[in-house]
Design a protein around this ligand. Structure first.
Ligand SMILES: Cc1cc2nc3c(=O)[nH]c(=O)nc-3n(C[C@H](O)[C@H](O)[C@H](O)COP(=O)(O)O)c2cc1C
Length: 507
């Protein structure tokens, strides 16, 4: 049974000497758009133009505290456009394929987005599925559900209830079709990317929000009408709520169209991967940590002997505003041998350390489940080597010197182009500590936080006219060895960043 972070991660690790071939059954390829055949899609209105705010203003600006007096369907449409939309197209012999504003391992797009609403002008209260391919909403349930959705108890007055509640789910088979049991890693990281994208969109519209990865899984999955063997909720974002939403719901109301759970099926012949299912089930328990949580940076392996403070960025090297960054973000692999300037590096560090949420919030605490580091290749002012990034102190400390990018590119399943990048950011964790402090759910926190910070790196790179590509495929043991991690610690995710031959749109 997969009951711990260590079990699942080890079970799904890649080893150069033990890689099994996997045949991709193209005739059984999962559909990338969720369809409710019996329900109607209501088109979203054209989104209002997006203000010309920069990414840095958005990320480092204060998180709004007040709900606006009223909220319209046009504004909701704007949230969806910024958070999750189709932004590029490629044309193949068998048709068109659309890429999205958030990246996804293998472009398999396991994530779906739902919203529960109340009091939105021109939209009846209800639970809606966002039909990204048709830019519309499907009403899954009519009515106002905030009384039952609220945490830890329903608000006394309706104006204290959230205005909106977003739910990010993942459909297992979409990514499992290609990545089998390892795909749970990608469900979590892809969801983290989407969560970060959503919170930035909410911030752009000056909406106060709160992210929670803790909720009552079974209740929320049935509220959403998901077939929980196939599709599960991984994150919730409440808009306009108060306090710490530690637990969500349970009396799920009944009015769900009978056909809804069937919509979680995305292929004719779906294969279930027991390791994935078992581990997800194990992670449905919630554990409140007791006692002080050790600083992870001291628990993952080699510790720097000296640190270098990185000054906060004052003159931003941004080349476009946030709305354009969202439209232009793509994965780029055509790195060229050119360096990253000191000021651009400082800008990355400022954004990563600044975070997108009020200090002290729950998601800030979840940052304790991972540590960030990077391999410097060609970065002005930094010797090549492996470094930890200490978010709280705005400083970096080297653990190993030397040109390590080429070795990392071999470790990443011989994706040779990676060695040309200026730097590789990475996220790591100590699985034993996760198990001890948070239980199996700690894996969700760590992977989704890595995805959230990964989204920030993609957006920052785009904004600075650099290329970026997330990497989830690597020989796990070799990566840990190169980074000097101890035997219970692992690398979770890597993002290559650097100048590329041409940054432009696909399609
Ligand atoms: C979690 C994650 C892992 C990824 N792993 C790889 C990888 O190992 N190699 C690669 O070339 N691209 C990887 N990608 C990039 C995806 O292939 C890319 O996001 C997808 O093709 C969609 O293209 P776009 O990012 O340009 O929209 C990864 C992306 C994510 C989010």
């Amino acid at each position: 049974m997969m009951t711990s972070c260590q079990d699942y991660h080890r079970h799904t690790s890649y080893d150069r000497c033990r890689m099994e071939g996997h045949f991709l059954d193209w005739s059984n390829r999962p559909r990338v758009y969720k369809e409710y055949y019996a329900l109607k899609v209501v088109p979203l209105p054209v989104a209002a133009p997006i203000p010309e705010t920069s990414l840095s203003e958005l990320v480092l600006g204060d998180t709004p505290e007040q709900l606006p007096g009223s909220f319209s369907l046009e504004q909701l449409s704007q949230v969806f456009s910024l958070a999750y939309s189709l932004t590029a197209k490629s044309v193949h012999s068998n048709g068109e394929f659309f890429y999205r504003s958030v990246p996804s391992a293998g472009a398999l797009y396991p994530c779906e987005l739902y919203v529960a609403t109340r009091s939105i002008l021109d939209l009846p209260d209800g639970l809606y599925h966002y039909a990204i391919g048709r830019r519309g909403l499907v009403q899954v349930r009519p009515g106002n559900y905030f009384e039952v959705l609220c945490y830890p108890s329903p608000p006394d007055r309706s104006e204290e209830a959230p205005l909106l509640m977003f739910f990010v789910t993942a459909i297992f088979f979409r990514s499992a079709w290609k990545y089998r049991a390892r795909s749970y890693r990608y469900h979590l990281m892809d969801s983290g990317h989407l969560l970060e994208s959503l919170t930035l969109a909410l911030k752009m519209l000056s909406l106060p929000y709160e992210v929670t990865l803790d909720f009552e899984d079974q209740g929320i999955n049935s509220f959403l009408g998901c077939d929980a063997e196939r599709e599960v909720c991984l994150g919730v974002v409440s808009v306009g709520c108060r306090g710490d939403s530690a637990g969500l719901l349970t009396n799920v109301p009944a009015e769900l169209p009978e056909s809804a759970p069937a919509a979680s099926r995305v292929a004719r012949k779906e294969i279930a991967y027991p390791a994935l299912q078992q581990f997800h089930l194990a992670s449905t328990g919630l554990i409140a940590p007791t006692g002080a949580i050790p600083a992870l940076i001291r628990e993952v392996g080699e510790f720097p002997t000296s640190w270098k403070t990185i000054p906060k960025c004052k003159v931003w090297p941004e080349q476009m505003h946030y709305g354009e960054v969202v439209r232009q973000r793509r994965s780029h692999r055509n790195f060229i041998e050119a360096g990253i300037s000191e000021s651009v590096f400082q800008a990355f560090v400022t954004l990563l350390c600044g975070g997108n949420e009020a200090p002290g919030g729950w998601s800030q605490r979840q940052r304790q489940t991972i540590v960030s580091g990077f391999l410097a290749g060609n970065v002005e002012g930094l010797d090549p080597g492996c470094y930890w990034l200490d978010h709280s102190q705005h400083r970096v400390g080297m653990t190993r010197s030397g040109a390590l990018l080429e070795r990392m590119s071999h470790i990443c399943l011989d994706q040779e182009w990676l060695k040309q990048a200026g730097l590789h950011f990475f996220f790591a964790t100590n699985l034993e500590l996760l198990d001890k402090v948070w239980g199996p759910r700690g894996y969700r926190y760590a992977m989704m936080t890595a995805g959230r910070l990964g989204q920030m790196i993609y957006l920052a790179a785009t904004s600075f006219a650099l290329g970026c590509c997330g990497i989830g495929a690597f020989y796990d043991g070799e990566a840990a060895a190169l980074l000097g991690l101890n035997e219970t610690s692992v690398m979770l995710y890597l993002l290559a960043v650097g100048p590329v031959r041409r940054v432009g749109r696909r399609g």
